[in-house]
Write a protein that binds this ligand. Structure first.
Ligand code: EPU
Length: 338
C-alpha cells in the first residue's frame, strides 16, 4: 500500500541531510500504485521523483509531492553464451545490485560499487566511477510518461548518454519520465576494468568481480566521506572540459606542477575539478556548517549536520568565484538544485 505523508522534512530522504519541508512524500510498492498516485488530483503538484536523494540539494521548501519507489524486483536472463540481461526495478539501491551481481560472477557494474543512489538514478545521471559509466551497460529503460500516463521504452541509442548526462536530464524530459525498470547488458566472462590509477596493484592478477568491488570500495573509503556519518551529495561539481589552448594557459599558471588531465576529444581536455579547487586555495574554506572533504575537495559536506542550504549555496559560489579568478574556468554543479 502506498504511504503518503504530509509536511515532511527532506533531511532524512536526501544524503545531504539538510532540512527543507516537502508538502507531501508518497512511497509506492507497485507500478499500479505509482499510476494511482499520478492520477490522484488531490496530491499537491509539482511531482518530483527521488531515489535516495543522493544528488539533490533542496534550496527551499518544496510545495509538491515527492515520489519514492519501494519496488525491489530483479530478473536475470542468461540470454546467450556469456551474455546476461539484468532487469532491475528503478527503486533498487544501486550498490545492492552491484554487490549481488558481483557475488553471482556477473561482470559489468563492479566498478560502480559504493556509489550512493538507486538503479533509476544511475540511468538519469549516467553515474560513473573508476573507468566505467552505467550508460555503457544500459540496454534499455522502461518509464512512465507523466504527461500522457503511457508506458514507454527507451533503447540505448535514444538515451544520449554522456558524461553525467542522459536524455532524462534535458529540459524536455527532466521530471517528465519516471523510470520504472533498467535493463543492464552484462556478462559472465571475467572482464576486469583496471585502467583507473592503482586498481591493478590492489587486485593483482585474475581478480573476481567481488575482488574488484572490494578494491573500489577500499579506494572510495580513503577518499570519500562515509555516507553513514557525513552528509554530502558526492561530487558537487562536474570535471570541466576546456580547449588545448586554455589548458596550456593553466600549465603556464602552475609551472612547477604537472597538471592532471585527460584528452577527451579534438581540442577537448578534461581537468579534475578537485585539482582546480585545491590549487585555487579553496580546500579549507568553510561556510556555516558546510566545508570541503579534505581528501576529495570536489565533495562539499554537511560537516557536523548543521549546514543549511544557504551555507552550501554560498560555499558553492565562493568556490566557483575562486576557481574562475585563478583559472578562468566556471565550474558547473553536478548536484541538482531544487
Ligand atoms: N586532487 C587534488 N587535490 C586533492 C584531491 C585530489 O589535486 O586534495 C586531484 C587528484 O590528484 C586527482 C584529482 O584531483 O588528479 C581527483 O581525481 P579522482 O580520480 O579522485 O576523481 P575525480 O575526477 O575528482 C571522478 C568522479 C567521482 C568518481 C571518481 C573516480 C566526477 C564529477 N566525479 O572524480 O564520482 O568516484 O572520478 O572515478 O566525475 C560522484 O560523481 O559523486 C563521484 C564521487
Amino acid at each position: 500500500m502506498s504511504e503518503i505523508l504530509h509536511n515532511c522534512d527532506v533531511r532524512d530522504i536526501t544524503t545531504f541531510h539538510i532540512s527543507a519541508k516537502a508538502a507531501c512524500v508518497a512511497c509506492y510498492d507497485s507500478i499500479e500504485e505509482l499510476e494511482q498516485l499520478l492520477a490522484d488530483t488531490t496530491l499537491p503538484r509539482p511531482v518530483k521523483h527521488l531515489g535516495q536523494g543522493s544528488n539533490m540539494l533542496f534550496t527551499r521548501d518544496f510545495p509538491g509531492t515527492i515520489l519514492i519507489s519501494r519496488i525491489n524486483e530483479r530478473d536475470i536472463d542468461h540470454a546467450t553464451d556469456d551474455s546476461v540481461i539484468v532487469a532491475a526495478s528503478a527503486g533498487i539501491v544501486m550498490d545492492h545490485l552491484c554487490r549481488d551481481l558481483a557475488a553471482l560472477g556477473i561482470w559489468g557494474l563492479e566498478n560502480l560499487s559504493g556509489i550512493p543512489g538507486t538503479v533509476g538514478a544511475s540511468a538519469v545521471q549516467n553515474v560513473g566511477a573508476y573507468g566505467v559509466e552505467a550508460g555503457e551497460h544500459i540496454a534499455r529503460v522502461d518509464a512512465i510518461d507523466t504527461v500522457t500516463g503511457s508506458h514507454c521504452r527507451f533503447d540505448h541509442d535514444m538515451m544520449q548518454f554522456g558524461y553525467r548526462h542522459s536524455i532524462f536530464k534535458t529540459p524536455q524530459a527532466r521530471d517528465r519520465y519516471i523510470i520504472t525498470k533498467v535493463y543492464f547488458r552484462l556478462t559472465t566472462r571475467p572482464t576486469p576494468r583496471l585502467d583507473y590509477a592503482n586498481l591493478q596493484t590492489i587486485v593483482g592478477d585474475n581478480p573476481t568481480a567481488t575482488d574488484m568491488r572490494r578494491a573500489v570500495i577500499t579506494i572510495r573509503d580513503t577518499k570519500l566521506p562515509d555516507p553513514a556519518t557525513t552528509g554530502s551529495a558526492g561530487s558537487f561539481f562536474k570535471n570541466p572540459v576546456i580547449t588545448c589552448e586554455h589548458f596550456q594557459k593553466i600549465e603556464a599558471i602552475c609551472p612547477d606542477t604537472k597538471v592532471p588531465h585527460f584528452i577527451v576529444g579534438d581540442n577537448a581536455v578534461k581537468v579534475p575539478a578537485a585539482w582546480l579547487i585545491d590549487k585555487a586555495g579553496c580546500k579549507t574554506m568553510t561556510q556555516g556548517g558546510a566545508s570541503l572533504w579534505p581528501t576529495q575537495p570536489l565533495v562539499i559536506v554537511n560537516t557536523d549536520g548543521t549546514a543549511t542550504a544557504d551555507d552550501i549555496l554560498t560555499l558553492e559560489h565562493r568556490i566557483i568565484d575562486a576557481v574562475n579568478s585563478r583559472f578562468a574556468i566556471t565550474l558547473t554543479p553536478e548536484v541538482e538544485h531544487l
